[in-house]
Structure formats: C-alpha cells, structure tokens
Design a protein around this ligand. Structure first.
Ligand code: ADP
Length: 469
C-alpha cells in the first residue's frame, strides 16, 4: 500500500538511523582509540620502569630492582627482558603471556603490536630497546678497563580483554540509546506526519461538501498553511470551470428543450385542428406540407446539435487537404442561387483561381454555407453578397460581405453563442435556429483559425482568418 504517512515516517527514521549509526561508529572508534592509547601509555611507562632496573653485574646483565621498591605496582601483567642474544634476563611471574613478537626496534624506540587471536586471547605488546652503559671492571682496579655497553630488549604486554569488555558494554549502551531514540523519533514522526497530513484531510472534507447542487462552494485558503495556497487556488479554479461547464450544460439543455417545444407544439396543433372535422384533400395536403417543413427544420437542428456534440467531444477533427478555394466558393454560391434569386440578390465571388488552402473541404463548406446562407437571409431585397479570399500577413482571409440590415454593435460578440439570435421574430421568419455561427466558429477554431464579425449600416462582414502552416 502506498501511504504518504508511512513514507514520511520511514524517511525520517532512515535519516535518523544514518545519523545514529555514523555517530555511533565515530564514538566507538574514538573511544577504542582513547582506551588503547591509555593502555599504550601504561605499557610505555612499564618498559621504561623495567629498563631503569637493568644493570651490569660482573659483566652480566641483571634485573635488580631495589628491595624496598615495589616494582609490581608499575608493571603490566606480562613482561620479559632479553639480551642481545635473545636470552631471558627476567620475566613476569607464572601466568599467561602472549606470543612475544621477535621484531626489535632501534635503540631508544618502542614498537607496538597486537598479538594473538580470539576474544580475550589478544594482547597489546610493547617492545623497547634500551642501551645499558658499560661498567668499570672491578676485578682489575689497577688496570681499569670498561665492559662495553649492551642493548637489552624489554617487552611488556596487557591482555586486550578488559578493553574489549568495556567496548562491548559501551556498544550495548549505545544500542539501548539508539533504540530509545528510534522509538521516540518513530512516535514523533508518526504524530508529525499526522499533523502534516491534516490539511489534506480538511481539503478532502471541504471538497466532499461540493456537489452538483452546491457547485458554488469554494475552499477558503486562510486557515491553511501558505504552502497549500497554490493548491487551493488551483482547486478553486477547477471548481470555477466545473461550475461554468455545468451552467452551460444546464443552459444548453434548457435551450434545446425550448427550441424543440415550439415546433413540436406546431405539429401537434396542426394535427389537432385537422382532426376536428372532415378535411378536403387540399387542406390535408397543406397541413402535411406545414408539418414537413417543421420536421425538416427540426431535423436540421438535431443534425447541427449532433455535429456540435461531436466537435465538443473532439471526434470531428479536420481532415486537411490542399483545396482550391475558388471552386469551393463557387459550389456554395451555386447552392444559394435559388434563394438569392427569390430575393433578387446579386451573388459574386472575388477569389483568385490559383488560391489553395490546407483545409477540410467538407467542414469548410459547412462554415461558408452558413455564412452565405445568413448573408442571403438577413439581406435587403435587391442587395448583394460577395465572397472574397486573399492572403494577408496574418494568413489566409476569407470574407463574406452582405448589404443587409446589419447587426447592432452590442449583439456582435454574442452572435457566435449557441441559440443566440439577434431578433427571434426575424429568425423565425427566416427559419434559423441560432446554431449556424457557433458551428462555424467551432470548425474554424479546430483549423487553428478565428472568425470575426463586423457590421455597419451598409451590411455585415464575416471574416475567417486561417494561419498558414
Ligand atoms: P441562425 O440559424 O438563426 O441564422 P446563426 O448562428 O447563423 O443562427 O446566426 C445567429 C444570429 O446572428 C442570427 O439569428 C441573426 O440574428 C444574426 N446574423 C447572422 N448573420 C447575420 C448577417 N449576415 N446579417 C445580420 N444578422 C446576422
């Protein structure tokens, strides 16, 4: 299981463990070095004390401490004194002693060594070489001669057992301390991790209060630590977006229901009126024609809604291909021809025959058909509609210009909203449902472009700007 609390506890224990172990090792080695150097000091004192009691007697080297001198107080548990030939001059009383090292230091110097193996079988040994000065030969006083100086080697040893014992005790004390520190730190980090994670629980509780019906709830960052403020800001921004998306969704559902209610009511009332009495063939035909028209406009609206839904879900990305614009515009204008003729409108195009665009031709046809359709429907009798295209520094610009009634300035930013109509009575007359421009904008944006509307007393201009790759 992945748990933040566990990770925090284990992380802090790991750091503490590393610190304790490094500190313990340092203290252990420092202490063992200190104990050993005290021991070495004692051994050095021992060899020097022994050396001071070696003297010559009739040419022989002897170990002769003064009788009233308590040498044992100064001496380590094991020692021996040997002459240059390796003969033992003196040694410690019976008892254990180490395997004496054979190496000799230079005169006046000491050699330290650790001998033996096993826990208590190890000894610390110091070997010291000392010069014993020559003596005057007592036997021949008349012809005095000097016995040459000699070198003796003195070795003293102490078992390392007591030091090992002291160090083991020290290690167990350290272990107890480390365990106590671990337990205290473990408990402490458990509590601290709980405290550190408390804000997450509070954020969680606050978010649990947010529901579809209470989307206006926001988190107040003030009671939280400042490190959490950006997170809370992001959560609140996400809630803002969610609330806006829900609002649009509700609005959209309400709009669709409203848009469908009117035509359905129209169909129902036509049928009800029909059924009241016997109808002539002509009356029946007219009623069916009315219903057919309403049905067609409902069908067109549903198709537009489906297209918008597919585009919202990202399922209708443009399939671009190099498309000759003049041909595409020609096709759209030809389709709008009959309707324009009815209103006595002049349709024209101003597109260079060589102009090509990297667009999805089917989707761009929907856009241009909507714009030309609007330019025809919201025009004046005997007016005109012109479709032009040109390259500009911003990209490819396609314009649909009409000589119609125009759009009030305050309505211009709204015309691309779903179901928005500048004048519903006028749209009803012309059969629009307020979805054409929102579909056009969606398609142009999917092509990476933008669509703008401008309008004046002499008509409106819808411009599509497509950046060139
Ligand atoms: P509709 O299907 O109602 O035409 P659109 O989304 O195409 O829906 O247009 C939205 C509204 O913008 C229209 O209802 C109309 O009031 C206004 N409009 C669009 N194009 C023009 C235009 N060329 N001239 C005047 N008004 C326009």
């Amino acid at each position: 299981m992945r748990s933040l609390r566990l990770k925090l506890i284990l992380g802090s224990l790991f750091v503490l463990g590393t610190v304790i172990i490094s500190f313990g090792l340092f203290v252990y080695f420092a202490k063992s070095r200190a104990l050993l150097s005290v021991m070495d000091g004692r051994l050095a004192a021992g060899v020097k004390a022994l050396a001071s009691h070696v003297e010559r007697d009739s040419g022989r080297l002897i170990f002769a401490p003064a009788e009233d001198y308590d040498i044992r107080g100064e001496l380590p548990p094991a020692y021996r004194i040997i002459d240059e030939q390796g003969r033992e001059i003196a040694r410690s009383a019976a008892g254990s002693s180490p395997a004496w090292p054979v190496e000799r230091p230079v005169e006046g110097r000491s050699l330290l060594a650790t001998m033996g193996t096993g826990k208590d079988g190890r000894w610390r040994v110091v070997t010291f070489s000392s010069r014993i000065s020559g003596e005057q030969d007592r036997a021949e006083e008349n012809e005095p001669s000097m016995t040459p100086a000699a070198v003796v080697t003195i070795q003293c040893a102490t078992p390392l057992g007591p030091i090992s014992h002291e160090l083991r005790e020290f290690v167990s004390q350290l272990a107890v301390l480390a365990l106590a520190a671990f337990l205290i730190a473990g408990g402490g980090s458990f509590l601290l991790a709980g405290r550190a994670l408390r804000p997450i629980r509070r954020i969680n509780e606050a978010l649990a209060n947010v529901s579809e019906t209470r989307l206006d709830e926001r988190l107040d960052p003030r009671p939280f630590d400042k490190e959490l403020h950006p997170l809370i800001g992001q959560l609140n921004a996400a809630l803002d977006r969610l609330e806006e998306a829900f609002r649009r969704e509700r609005q959209f559902t309400a709009d669709v229901s409203h848009e469908l209610r009117t035509p359905v009511a129209g169909i129902l009332s036509t049928i009800e009126v029909l059924l009241r009495k016997e109808r002539s063939e002509k009356e029946l035909r007219e009623a069916h024609e009315d219903n057919l028209e309403i049905g067609r406009s409902m069908q067109s609206m549903i198709e537009r809604l489906l297209l918008l839904a597919r585009m919202d879900a990202g399922k209708a990305s443009p399939r671009r291909q190099s498309t000759p614009l003049a041909a595409l515009v020609g096709e759209i204008l030809a389709a709008a021809g009959p309707e324009a003729q009815k209103r006595n409108l002049r349709l024209s195009q101003d597109v260079d025959a060589a102009l090509r665009a990297d667009i999805d031709p089917d989707q761009m046809k929907i856009v241009l058909a909507n714009l030309v359709d609007n330019a025809v429907r919201y025009n004046r009798p005997d007016g005109s509609v012109t479709v032009g295209a040109r390259r500009s520094p911003e990209g490819l610009v396609v314009e649909v210009r009409d000589s119609g009634m125009g759009i009030p300035a305050d309505q211009l930013p709204l015309v691309f909203d779903r179901f928005h109509r500048v004048d519903s009575s006028r749209s009803e007359e012309t059969g629009g449902c307020g979805l054409g421009l929102s579909i056009a904008r969606k398609i142009v944006e999917a092509h990476g472009g933008r669509i703008l509307a401008s309008s004046g007393p002499s008509g409106s201009v819808f411009s599509i700007i497509l950046p060139e790759a």
